[in-house]
Write a protein that binds this ligand. Sequence first.
Ligand SMILES: Nc1ncnc2c1ncn2[C@@H]1O[C@H](COP(=O)(O)OP(=O)(O)O)[C@@H](O)[C@H]1O
Ligand SMILES: [Mg+2]
Length: 452
Amino acid sequence: MVQLSSDWNNEAYVSLHLVQPMLEMAGLPRKSSYSHWIPEFKVKVPKLTANSQIVWTQKEVDFLVEDLSRYINFLVEIKTAKTRLDAAARIQLETYLKYSNTRFGILIDPFLVEIYEYTQGLATLKCKHNIENPEQVQPVANFVRNFLETVKMRTIAIYTAKGGVGKTTLVVNIAYELAKIGNRVLVVDLDEQANASLSLGVNKADELDNATNLKEFVQILDSLKERKELINFLKEYDQPGFKPNEYIQPSALNKILSLHNQTNGKIDVLPSSYQTTDSSILSLGLYCNKKLDNALRKTGLSKEYDYVIIDTPPSLTAVSQNGLLAAQYIIIPSQMEYFSVYAIRRPIKNAEEIHDDTDGRRGNILGIIPMMVENVNLHTTIKSLVSKVFKDIPLLPEIKRATAVGQASHERKPLSLFAEQNRGASSVATQFSNLTKQIVKQIDHLERNSSK
Ligand SMILES: Nc1ncnc2c1ncn2[C@@H]1O[C@H](COP(=O)(O)OP(=O)(O)O)[C@@H](O)[C@H]1O
Ligand SMILES: [Mg+2]
């Protein structure tokens, strides 16, 4: 540890020489179109008086930083070389995070920086970094910037130009595997067939199942007209008083997720219906292809979700274009048959164009998933053909054809849930789980390399 001058015992000095330049260097300017600081931010906290009354007192936190591009807020509390950060400071930060409803907190002194996340009543240490020399701000800024990159919402579109290849099955299962391990997942259904919305138990799926005649069926469909859904979300997101929760619905799996896995993990759905058509998108006017991207960024959803999984229709229309332009990552499922392989050339080209047009911020192809694979020579041959023809694109772990997939979808269950009662489904359930792990691993890898 370097010998520090007594200046570092002074909080204002630490703020001016370490914290403020650190925030600037981490890409969070004091005042810009995408971030700003609120110094001496006031938080009201309750205090117990001598006669057991609760009174509210006002405390000041050194900074509240609002990161508008990621839609993350965090508090910064500064300590000094003399009054270093300790257990009391950590408890205090937890209280401030709780009562200011802020997700992240940074505690910093000239030797150490710690980052906390507040969820479910607890502030958990996410990461820490020993500061070798507070005169050198860059390594501290890099540490904070790298952390911020990991908390941003990840958006993935499942896309190909062909129907019936298992896109929706992938969306539902990947969403469940992610939620099972604590991720908050938003499924955006862009397909007018609304299979993902139905599979996840929104769109009155139960009522439709129980309809006894066509008239009842049509009545239920008509009642959906009143409901706010994807198309309304895209129309209304920039209007005053817009509340995302009026459009987004919890999936029927959330109860099971919280009981079974005891995590914060959940799946919410931005549902579609037969109203999600190309003409309704085109009627949104100028930049109608970028509506979903803008809406996801501007409505503060990255505070609420870790992953957005987008189910796209099997066409190259304004609807699917919205999905692709909103997605950092694209996954292309394909059956291992000649025609299917031809069908992935266009989506790949389309994704690559988007990648180039957006400086790599959108349209990164994570890989091709061989779907409904059987142990036949043809599938093996085509798999090796695919890896040769598209040699720059990884082949992700395959999903084998299994009757359990249809059975599980009939019960509106993801496979790993279905497999709990049906042992025959466990092999394909494991395939979905391994596939999801591989997807996360690849994204982690890409993000680590891009933040260097
Ligand atoms: N691995 C699989 N094995 C057997 N059937 C599958 C498999 N994956 C999907 N299916 C079935 O194929 C059909 C089409 O799947 P779906 O996910 O709806 O495709 P898409 O969204 O691409 O149109 C569904 O009936 C589904 O149950
Ligand atoms: Mg589908």
